[in-house]
Design a protein around this ligand. Structure first.
Ligand code: SF4
Ligand code: SF4
Length: 154
C-alpha cells in the first residue's frame, strides 16, 4: 500500500470522516509509507501466528519504501493486498503502527505520521519505516526465508 503522495483539500480529513467515506486520494494519503506491510511474512500452519521477515517484496524500493509499480502491481505481485475499510479487520497481521489499522481500531494517527508532522521523512526519522533495514526478495532464495524472521513484532 505504498504509492505516491498527493496534495489534499482537507488536511485533517481522517478526524472528520469515517474510513468508508474517504475519497480515493484521502485513502491513499493515509498510508504512512513505512513499507512494513510489504515485507514477506510466514504463517505458522498450526497456530495461524504471523511472523514478519526482513525480506521485502520484489517491487519495494528499499530506500524510498515506495512500491516501484504501484498502479500495475497486481500484474507482478497478484497476492498484493487491496486494503478497503471492510477488509482491514480481516488483516490482523497489519502492523500495529499501520494508519489503516489504527483508524479502524478507533485510534488517532501518531505524531510521526506524515499527515500529522507535515513531513514525509518523519516516518523514516522515527525509525518506523523499513528504509535500508531489509533486503529485497530478489536476492533471497524462497527456502532461506525462515532465516530472515524478525525478532521484533510489528
Ligand atoms: S503498513 Fe500500513 S501505513 Fe505502512 S506502508 Fe503498509 S499500508 Fe501503508
Ligand atoms: S506490490 Fe509489493 S511493494 Fe508494491 S504495494 Fe504490494 S507488497 Fe508493497
Amino acid at each position: 500500500m505504498v504509492g505516491a503522495m498527493e496534495r489534499l483539500a482537507n488536511p485533517r480529513f481522517w478526524k472528520e470522516k469515517p474510513l468508508s467515506e474517504l475519497t480515493n486520494g484521502e485513502w491513499e494519503a493515509l498510508c504512512d509509507g513505512c513499507g512494513r506491510c510489504c515485507l514477506r511474512k510466514l504463517e505458522d500452519d498450526e497456530t495461524g501466528e504471523v511472523f514478519y521477515t526482513g525480506v521485502a517484496c520484489l517491487l519495494l524500493n528499499i530506500h524510498s519504501c515506495r512500491c516501484t509499480s504501484y498502479a500495475d502491481r497486481a500484474r507482478y505481485v497478484p497476492e498484493c493486498l487491496q486494503l478497503t475499510p471492510k477488509t482491514i479487520p480481516a488483516y490482523h497481521w497489519l502492523p500495529l503502527t499501520c494508519a489503516y489499522r489504527r483508524l479502524a481500531e478507533g485510534k488517532d494517527l501518531p505524531p510521526w505520521h506524515p499527515l500529522v508532522s507535515g513531513d514525509p521523512e518523519s516516518v523514516h526519522l522515527e525509525e518506523i519505516s523499513v528504509r535500508d533495514k531489509v533486503v529485497s526478495e530478489r536476492f533471497v532464495k524462497e527456502d532461506d526465508l525462515e532465516a530472515y524472521v524478525l525478532d521484533e513484532t510489528f
